[in-house]
Design a protein around this ligand. Structure first.
Ligand SMILES: Nc1ncnc2c1ncn2[C@@H]1O[C@H](COP(=O)(O)OP(=O)(O)OP(=O)(O)O)[C@@H](O)[C@H]1O
Ligand SMILES: [Mg+2]
Length: 240
């Protein structure tokens, strides 16, 4: 993960075209371990959608809002233990504020939101690797966000050892989660795959060892099919 600043700052890129202003945008999240290529694919998808006239907001969790940057600093860089329930609540606080102030407003005005990490990361990392149960971590996120689930979640699946090599090649410092033992990263990977298996309609699972252009093509294909779908009837302003 990049340590300093949210990448990129939430912002719009390009005018919407061919979609009514009132039409809800697509909510697309990227998931997977550190260094699997989430930022790379998020950037390629943003480029692709923008070239098609869409307004795109690219954002991230934790740290996708001003409050979130402060929370991100605590959860990723605090030295020493954070009690698991406190950690879960910190992530949920970041998420609640981010969804309310950044994501729902963007979707509501018709922008597509491309987000790096969302509730599946919380479930995979906290539910699996730590002491809290998957369901309680997931339910906390669902409560925090008023039940907002992505239209599409792209899971980039990769051997954590390969991902680690990529990050080392980038000379990226490891943050608190990244520096945990490899068995933990292996179990996080398994957790992500189990989440995807449980919700096959929402997930697109890709072998992230493939070249970036091929992965991008697969992602574009899935997004294209979502764009062709009739607009959902629910309003993103509804809390439940
Ligand atoms: N499909 C790929 N094949 C090989 N290398 C890749 C691929 N995708 C991305 N990379 C490279 O791997 C490194 C990590 O990619 P990227 O930053 O996109 O991953 P990330 O999942 O966003 O990582 P982080 O968890 O640190 O945010 C970068 O050097 C990137 O250029
Ligand atoms: Mg990244």
């Amino acid at each position: 993960m990049t340590l300093e600043v949210p990448e990129p700052a939430p912002g719009d890129s390009g005018p919407a075209e061919g979609r009514a202003e009132s039409e809800r945008g697509l909510f697309i999240t990227f998931e997977g371990g550190d260094g699997v290529g989430k930022s790379t694919q998020a950037a390629l998808l943003q480029e692709w959608l923008t070239a098609r006239g869409h307004t795109v907001v690219r954002t991230r969790e934790p740290g996708g809002s001003e409050v979130g940057v402060l929370v991100r600093d605590i959860v990723l860089h605090h030295r020493g233990e954070i009690a698991p329930r406190a950690e879960a609540l910190l992530y949920a606080a970041d998420r609640a504020h981010h969804i309310e102030t950044v994501v729902r407003p963007a979707l509501g005005r018709g922008a597509d939101v491309i987000q790096d990490r969302y509730l599946d990361s919380s479930v995979a990392y906290q539910g699996a690797g730590r002491v809290l149960g998957r369901d309680e971590v997931r339910n906390l996120s669902v409560w925090a966000t008023g039940g907002l689930l992505p239209d599409l979640t792209v899971l980039l699946d990769l051997d954590p050892a390969v991902a680690r090599e990529r990050l080392e090649a980038d000379d990226k410092p490891f943050d608190r989660l990244e520096s945990e033992r490899s068995a933990f990263h292996d179990s996080v990977r398994e957790e992500f795959l189990a989440l995807a298996a449980a919700e096959p309609g929402r997930f697109l699972v890709l072998d992230a060892s493939r070249i970036p252009a091929d992965l991008a093509t697969d992602i574009q294909g899935r997004v294209q099919s979502l764009l062709a779908r009739p607009a959902p009837t629910g309003s993103v302003g509804d809390a439940d």
